[in-house]
Design a protein around this ligand. Structure first.
Ligand code: SAM
Length: 280
């Protein structure tokens, strides 16, 4: 894809606005327009769809989202150096881009999307240093089903594998249980370090998560209490790792279809939910 809009090339934008990447802000920029378009479309057609983007930076993915037809993009960027470049994009797509300067970890998402008409998706090349807490925050959204229709997010490949892992996989842990309980998550493609400026040390992966409309009844807090105890001592048998939680552990394990000598990594999401509810 040679050109997606008539704005200056991203390298030129970065040079003009002196956006030298800051490691402390997890800045690894995507300049390849084919790749940004592929990420923008990974969640399906964008016609009529609003998008929340965290960390637009110089705006490569933002421009792809708008060029691919997103109705409105609401972006949260912490680095004030990027705001002028983003204002140029907003002027190029009148009324379709709103940029909030600030920390996405402190964002009030329902307030930021108030007034938008139509479905909202989250799409972001996340800053690695806050990617997992942001995802956990979205997965713990109340009420559920949440305000977003899907999430298409870039993570370090190792984190992506933990998000999509199921029982008996090495990467299975607390994140996989939380994500698997509330969403259907899949890795859609990997992105090599060479796609970023500057290149990170590791491969990245784009993960697509679709909220389950009716996850098994439980609360994030109850589920976290169990998975923290179980995976906190993941080599121990459940009868040992869960014994401090109170309640009738023997009965709860039996009701969940689990043997007391099983380990956390062998327990499917549904059984964790059953334990969380039994040992509340
Ligand atoms: N979206 C751009 C792209 O794909 O080229 C930049 C992605 S870069 C990996 C992450 C972006 O998130 C940077 O622009 C960085 O300044 C921003 N950022 C870092 N921490 C943030 C935070 N807590 N809240 C909002 N934005 C943040």
């Amino acid at each position: 894809m040679a050109q997606i809009d008539t704005l200056p090339p991203l390298r030129e934008v970065i040079r003009q606005h002196e956006l030298m990447a800051k490691k402390s802000l997890g800045q690894n920029f995507l300049l390849d327009l084919n790749l940004t378009a592929k990420i923008a479309r990974a969640g399906g057609s964008l016609e009529g769809i609003n998008v929340v983007e965290v960390g637009p930076g110089p705006g490569g993915l933002t421009r792809a989202l708008l060029a691919c037809g997103a109705r409105h993009v609401v972006a949260v960027e912490r680095d004030e150096r990027c705001l002028a470049a983003l204002a140029e994009i907003a002027a190029h797509y009148p009324g379709r881009l709103t940029v909030h300067a600030g920390d996405a970890l402190e964002a009030d998402w329902p307030a930021l999307i108030a007034g938008l008409e139509g479905p909202v998706r989250i799409t972001a090349n996340l800053p690695y240093n806050v990617a997992t807490p942001l995802l956990i925050g979205w997965l713990k959204t109340e009420p559920w089903p949440p305000w977003f229709q899907s999430m298409t997010l870039m993570f370090q490949k190792e984190v992506a594998e933990r998000i999509v892992a199921t029982e008996a996989e090495e990467a299975y842990g607390r994140l996989g249980v939380l994500a698997g309980w509330r969403t259907e998550a899949e890795i859609v493609f990997d992105v090599p370090p060479s796609a970023f400026v500057p290149p990170p040390k590791v491969t990245s992966s784009v993960v697509h998560l679709r909220p389950r409309p009716a996850p098994l009844p439980c609360t994030p807090a109850a589920l976290e209490r169990i998975t923290q105890a179980a995976f906190g001592q993941r080599r121990k048998m459940l009868r040992q790792s869960l014994k401090g939680l109170g309640g009738d552990l023997t009965a709860a394990l039996a009701d969940a279809g689990l043997r007391p000598e099983m380990r956390a990594e062998e327990v499917p999401v549904a059984a964790f939910v059953a334990l969380a509810n039994a040992l509340k």
